[in-house]
Each structure stands twice: as structure tokens, then as C-alpha cells.
Design a protein around this ligand. Structure first.
Ligand SMILES: [Zn+2]
Ligand SMILES: [Zn+2]
Ligand SMILES: [Zn+2]
Length: 765
């Protein structure tokens, strides 16, 4: 490098570095970004995808500027978690090269998540002069399907379902041009070479207008859709889908339209419009709408004061709104409020996973949808819409799937590779590699053979994605879970140790994992049933968690669970159990006269033979039954959701609970609820008393144990009152509060928690 052309000053400044970047830097247009930065600053060298991220070799005189530019102008979907530089010996070569990914070099880090259509593509979609005008599969480096179309690694077009569509010349030119927004954008397509719809979007729009139910193939599955203002259509959909009261999500064109139906602050608006495009559950004040257009059907979310909304995220969605609005010119209509509200609910039937196969979808949707719009791009991986709850001051993930999967959670340290099989409800699978934990998309409840099969496929897919074998397996203490049985089978066939993790220990582990907390911490789990010691039913627990071990410091006083699982679906049974415990068993048959089994249940309770539970979820059920808010739940979580909807000004009852040796007893509260004639007032007492009691409970344990950090976990923390008030009170007491943010507080996070606990457990067979 002693070229006479270089001045001595320049030559001394000329240097070469290896720069490694980790984070979301693959499949997001990062390599062309590096190329463009290099071109601007006259840097030579190369960039390629390595197993853990992007690797750059850069040579020039302005390398510090280069590194700054890389970060400052990173592509919209990129996230740089770390950047490490090391000096190298100067090299030859004049240009800057984008090197192909070496086979075997790619890994899980390389599959990005699906992303909503970007502004640039949306502009082209409605630009009559663009060659992709109205193309339903328009995409680029910054947007489009990713995870849901990936068949295998490395993430290259040949390994995605876009492999079925050979690029035309024009698309190929863009795909191979580093200056193009479509350089190596794997879903790139156009009218000439891309996937095709099976029908016409105009027909779909007409059917919706005529009150029909339609099915639409999307990124990770099919949606069922109808006009949300057409009460008959919504009722029909509910009936045909056999879904009873479970709320339906709706789609509106933009945030301006959303603001007509829900309380929308800046946080909520940002969540709605985020590239992940989750369903966002928001407070719906339910203002009476009159006249034209008709109000939203009350059957969308019966009895609840919330509404789940999402914005369009594919070109097909936008084309549908375009057709429904009469094909307005220009782009202004995209931001203007309008009256259109479409039900957009996942087409999963009778507890089975999402339909993805066209033939099966056609067959199984025949009795539900009047019209099905297919397309010929295969769905390689199922993914439901993700669901987020946003309330003033809190944003919580309810379901983590499309848009988030397969992004990893960073752990505080390396550990053995664990494959964790999750729980039974809202199941997910997790696998760790190095200091990252990969959590599968939401698999769902493992109640049907199809769901159990999907769960096993997901476990296999995760190992394939990470191109690694686990060293350790983890599962729940409950031997009846399909997830536990799969773990046992894998343990035998792979000859790997299996760590069984208590359900609420796993809940706590998930929160501690997310926050990188290694020191002992208190954990409050307000949850549904989880198997405890000696087969007990736990779920209102105060644990002291120290990595792989825990101590049970306290729990809710046990409530009778007459009929076991049936009691979890029929709050009147929990209420009957409470009446018996209060010495008022003679009221059971009278109060629940509409329940044919009430007299028999009263007899059973009188013998004291019913099992018991400490689950906080069942305390809510008992309250719902006593207040007459909900005798039978039509979906999991309905009774607490209804109580939450009723509560306005949570108010702690004086002497509403007792606390002795760690046992929190709500009998005084329950006695008051049994005599309360105003459900809303009862709901206020329930929430207020719970908040105060849990605060005192934790504060006392913190004082005794000397541990001042507390993790909050369990499905009850989806309750907005508890999620807001309990952390605020505990912080006032000087405690450090850790809550679920990147993961859901419910059983969707159990797999992550199991993996975290297993890594810290003394190994066992
Ligand atoms: Zn785009
Ligand atoms: Zn093309
Ligand atoms: Zn749980």
C-alpha cells in the first residue's frame, strides 16, 4: 500500500476495520444500506451476513464517519443491539462488495418478522403511473411477508414460498441493483411475475356491502370478515364460527377512523400504525351513535367496554378499502376518516390452529364464508395477528405472533441451549441459543389433535430455524399437558435431561429473563390454575425466586373449586363454594335456582369434598358469580373482563381482607359482595381491595426478606386496573417493580420462563 498517489498524511489516516453488528440487521435491507454508506464516503471493502449478524470489512480514511452513518441512517426496520470494531491489516481492492450468504452461515437471527406495507410501496400501489399500480403483492426491503413465507434457511428467495414465482426481467433488475429499494427484497413481485388472487377484490367488496361473510387469505392464515355495522352479519358470523362471546377484532383504514370508536392517545395511535400492526385493544366508550351509518354491532364485544382494532397491513387490505370507498383518486383518502369498519377475525375453527392450506380452507370455510379469496403464494408458517392492550400509562402484549415472531429476547448471559415446551393454554415454544431466547408464534390452546400436532411442528421448526439441537428440555409440572408429554417423548428419543418447572416459577422467570435480573426477586403471580406442590392448584402466589429455585412465601386463602375444571368455566360454582365457606350454604339452591346442578353442588360442598385452589383468576370468577355478572363464561377470561369493564373507581373496602403468615384471605370482601346489589360497586370494591391487599402483602414480604425487587406476572395483569395500580403503589413503597413488556404476562410467556429457570437449575433427569 505504498502507492505514490497517496499523500503521507492521507496514508497515515487510511485504515481497515472489521465491524460486526448484531440485532435486527438481516432481511431488513441492511447490506444495501452499508453499500450506500460506503459509496458516499469512498470506503472500500465488503459486507456479508454471518451467523450472528452483519460483518463488514471497511477500508478508508473516514471510518468513524462511516460507523456513525451506518447507525444514524439505518433502515426503518433495523435495530442495532451491538456494534464491535477491530482493526485489520490494510487490504487490496478498489470497490465495495455485497457478498452472498455462505450456506450454513445463516441462522435464526436471519429470519425477519412480517412487516406492514411501507409508505413508499403504498404510494406506488395507488400511483397509476407505477408499474405496480394496484398490485396486491407489492413489497420491498422495508416491508412485506418474511417469517410466514420462509420454508427453510438461509433466508433467501429460493427458500421462501416466493421461489414458486420466477422474477421477470424488470423485477430481476431491481432485485440485483444495490441502489434499488428492492435489492434482495425476497418478496419482490409485480403484475407480470408475482402471485395471483383467485378472485376479484371488487366482488369481495360487493359481498361485504351486501352483508355477506367473506374469507381472505392473508400472511399467516385466513381472516373471516364482514361489515361490523351489519348486526345480522356479525351475529351470523358468531353463530357460524361457534365462538359465543369472544370479542371480534375489527379493521379500520387509519387512526383518524379509529378515533371515532375508541379513546385514542398518542401511544395507542403509534401502536396501531406500527410496522408490526397488532390488534390494539382500547377503551371504547360506546357513545350512542344514531342514524346513518348504523352503529357498530353490539355483538362485536358483548358486555365489554373495549374494542380490538387494527389497521390494514397488506396491499390486499388497502385494495379492499379502496374498492369499498368507490376507488377515490389520489392518496388523500388514505389519511381521511371514514365510516368503514370491518370485522377481521382469524379463521381458526373449533379450537384448531389457523387454516393455511387452500384446499382445507375451502372445505372447512364452506359453511361459514359466502366467498373465499385465495391466492397462490403458499403460507409457510402460521401466524395469528398479534394483540396488544394499551391503556393510559401501560402497554401490554396479550398475544405475540405476526410482526414480532421470530424476534429474539436478549438474555443477561449465555447458558445451555434449552428447548422449552410451554403450558397448555396460549401455548408457545421457546429455544435459547447463546444469550438469545427465540419464542415461537402463539400456538394456542392444546385442546385438539390439530393443535397438539401444530405445537410439535413448532418445536421442530424452532430447532430447524436455529440449526441447533437443544442440550436440555423444559416443561410444566403438570403431567396431563400435551406439552409435557411432548417434552417427555423428546427427552427419551433425544436422550436429554428434562427440567420440570413449576408454572408460576416459570411466569416469574419470564419477567426476570426479559429484564435480565439474576439476583433473587419477589414475584407476585395473579393467575389461573397452575400445578403446585403435591398436585395442589396454585395461582395467587407470592414467591421468592432465586434463579432455578423458589420459595413459596405466601398465597391466597384457598377457595373451593367444586367440579374442578367446570368451576373455571362456570363462575356460579365458585360463588356457591364461597357461600358454603361463609356458612351460607343454604342460599346456594335459592340463588342459583336456574342452575339444575345447584342442589347437588350444595350437598357436595357441605361434605367438604370439593378440591380447592389459590388461583386469583378463580377469585374473580367467584366475585362475578356472587354479583350475578356472569354465571357461565362463554370464553376463557370473560368473568374478569366483565368485572374490569364494570369497575370505575376502584375502592378498597375497610377490613376487606386479612393477612396472616403470608396468607391473604378475602373472605370479608366476598361476604360483602354476596350482599351487594350493585355489580359496578362490587367490581370497584374487588379491584380496590385487591390492589391494597397485594401491596401490603408484598411490602411485608420485602421487609422480612430484605429483597426489594418484585416481578409482577400472571394472566390477571392483563387487567388494566391491576396493571396500573399495583406497580404504582409498590413503587410508592420504594420497591423496584418488574412487569412484562416484551412478552405477555399470561401463559404465552411460560416457555420463555421455563427455559430461563431450566438454565439455572441443577440438572436433573
Ligand atoms: Zn415497501
Ligand atoms: Zn416482476
Ligand atoms: Zn399461567
Amino acid at each position: 500500500m505504498n502507492s505514490p498517489a497517496h499523500s503521507p498524511a492521507l496514508e497515515s489516516a487510511l485504515e481497515r476495520r472489521r465491524i460486526r453488528l448484531r440485532g435486527l440487521v438481516q432481511g431488513v435491507g441492511f447490506r444495501p444500506h452499508v453499500y450506500r454508506c460506503a459509496a458516499r464516503l469512498g470506503i472500500t471493502g465488503s459486507v456479508h451476513n454471518g451467523p450472528e449478524g452483519v460483518v463488514i470489512e471497511a477500508q478508508g480514511v473516514r471510518l468513524d464517519d462511516f460507523v456513525q452513518l451506518l447507525q444514524r441512517e439505518a433502515p426503518p426496520l433495523a435495530r442495532i443491539d451491538s456494534l464491535i470494531q477491530a482493526p485489520m491489516a490494510l487490504g487490496q481492492g478498489s470497490g465495495f462488495e455485497i457478498l452472498e450468504t455462505a450456506p450454513g452461515a445463516a441462522s435464526g437471527a436471519a429470519i425477519p418478522a412480517d412487516t406492514a406495507i411501507c409508505d413508499a410501496c403504498l404510494g406506488e400501489l395507488f400511483d397509476p403511473g407505477n408499474r405496480r399500480y394496484l398490485h396486491p403483492f407489492i413489497a420491498c426491503c422495508d416491508c412485506g411477508p418474511r417469517f410466514t413465507m420462509t420454508r427453510r434457511l438461509p433466508y433467501d428467495r429460493a427458500n421462501t414460498s416466493m421461489a414458486d414465482f420466477a422474477l421477470c426481467q424488470a423485477c430481476h433488475a431491481e432485485y440485483t441493483d444495490p441502489a434499488s429499494r428492492r435489492f434482495h427484497a425476497e418478496p419482490v413481485a409485480c403484475h407480470d411475475c408475482g402471485p395471483r388472487l383467485s378472485g376479484d377484490i371488487d366482488d369481495l367488496a360487493s359481498a361485504l356491502g351486501a352483508g355477506r361473510i367473506v374469507a381472505i387469505k392473508g400472511l399467516g392464515g385466513y381472516h373471516l370478515a364482514c361489515n361490523a355495522r351489519d348486526h345480522t352479519a356479525v351475529e351470523n358470523l358468531r353463530q357460524r364460527k361457534l365462538r359465543d362471546g369472544k370479542p371480534f377484532a375489527v379493521m379500520v383504514l387509519n387512526t383518524a377512523s379509529a378515533a371515532r370508536h375508541v379513546q385514542l392517545d398518542a401511544t395507542a395511535a403509534a401502536a396501531l400504525a406500527s410496522p408490526e400492526r397488532p390488534v390494539v385493544v382500547l377503551p371504547a366508550p360506546g357513545l350512542p351513535e344514531t342514524g346513518d351509518p348504523p352503529p357498530l354491532s353490539p355483538a362485536l364485544s358483548p358486555g365489554l367496554d373495549t374494542l380490538g382494532l387494527m389497521l390494514p397491513y397488506t396491499a390486499i387490505h388497502y385494495l379492499l378499502f379502496y374498492a369499498l370507498l368507490g376507488k377515490p383518486p389520489g392518496r388523500q383518502w388514505l389519511d381521511e376518516a371514514n365510516e368503514l369498519v370491518l370485522v377481521m377475525t382469524s379463521a381458526n375453527i373449533s379450537g384448531d390452529p389457523l387454516l393455511i392450506d387452500a384446499g382445507e380452507a375451502q372445505r372447512r370455510l364452506a359453511g361459514i364464508a359466502d366467498l373465499v379469496l385465495h391466492h397462490d403464494r403458499e403460507i409457510a408458517a402460521r401466524a395469528d395477528d398479534s394483540v396488544l392492550r394499551v391503556t393510559p400509562g401501560a402497554s401490554t402484549i396479550i398475544r405475540r405472533a405476526r410482526g414480532y415472531t421470530p424476534h429474539a429476547i436478549s438474555l443477561a448471559k449465555d447458558g445451555p441451549r434449552v428447548l422449552a415446551l410451554g403450558a397448555h393454554l396460549k401455548s408457545t415454544v421457546a429455544m435459547t441459543r447463546g444469550d438469545l431466547a427465540y419464542i415461537s408464534q402463539h400456538v394456542g390452546d392444546l385442546d385438539t389433535p390439530a393443535a397438539v400436532a401444530f405445537h410439535a411442528e413448532t418445536a421442530a421448526a424452532l430447532q430447524a430455524m436455529l440449526q441447533a439441537r437443544p442440550q436440555l428440555l423444559a416443561c410444566d409440572w403438570n403431567n396431563d399437558f400435551a406439552s409435557t408429554r411432548l417434552a417427555e417423548q423428546l427427552s427419551a428419543s433425544l436422550d436429554l435431561p428434562l427440567v420440570r418447572v413449576q408454572h408460576h416459577h416459570a411466569h416469574a422467570g419470564a419477567v426476570l429473563a426479559e429484564h435480565g435480573r439474576e439476583a433473587p426477586a419477589l414475584a407476585v403471580t395473579l393467575d389461573g390454575h397452575g400445578t403446585g406442590s403435591n398436585g395442589e392448584s396454585w395461582g395467587g402466589e407470592l414467591l421468592l425466586v432465586d434463579g432455578g429455585s423458589f420459595e413459596r412465601l405466601g398465597h391466597f386463602a384457598p377457595l373451593a373449586l367444586p367440579g374442578g375444571d367446570a368451576a373455571a368455566r362456570e363462575p356460579w360454582r365458585m360463588a356457591a363454594g364461597v357461600l358454603q365457606q361463609l356458612g351460607r350454604g343454604d342460599e346456594i339452591a335459592v340463588r342459583f335456582a336456574s342452575q339444575p346442578l345447584a342442589p347437588a353442588l350444595a350437598q357436595l360442598l357441605a361434605t367438604g369434598a370439593a378440591p380447592v385452589t389459590t388461583a386469583a383468576g378463580r377469585l374473580f370468577d367467584a366475585a362475578a358469580g356472587l354479583l350475578g355478572v356472569c354465571d357461565r363464561a362463554s370464553f376463557e377470561g370473560e368473568p374478569p373482563m366483565r368485572l374490569e369493564g364494570l369497575a370505575r373507581q376502584p375502592l378498597a373496602l375497610r377490613n376487606g381482607y386479612t393477612l396472616a403468615t403470608g396468607v391473604l384471605d378475602f373472605s370479608p370482601l366476598l361476604a360483602r359482595l354476596a350482599d351487594c346489589r350493585e355489580p359496578a360497586l362490587g367490581a370497584d370494591w374487588l379491584h380496590g381491595t385487591l390492589v391494597e391487599a397485594v401491596t401490603e402483602w408484598v411490602a411485608a414480604a420485602a421487609l422480612l426478606s430484605g429483597v426489594d425487587t418484585v416481578a409482577l406476572c400472571g394472566g390477571c395483569f392483563l387487567n388494566a386496573h391491576l396493571a396500573r395500580e399495583i406497580p404504582a403503589r409498590l413503587q410508592q413503597r420504594g420497591l423496584q417493580v418488574l412487569a412484562a413488556t416484551a412478552m405477555p404476562p399470561n401463559d404465552g410467556a411460560i416457555s420463555l420462563g421455563q427455559a430461563w429457570v431450566a438454565q439455572r437449575s441443577p440438572r436433573q433427569h
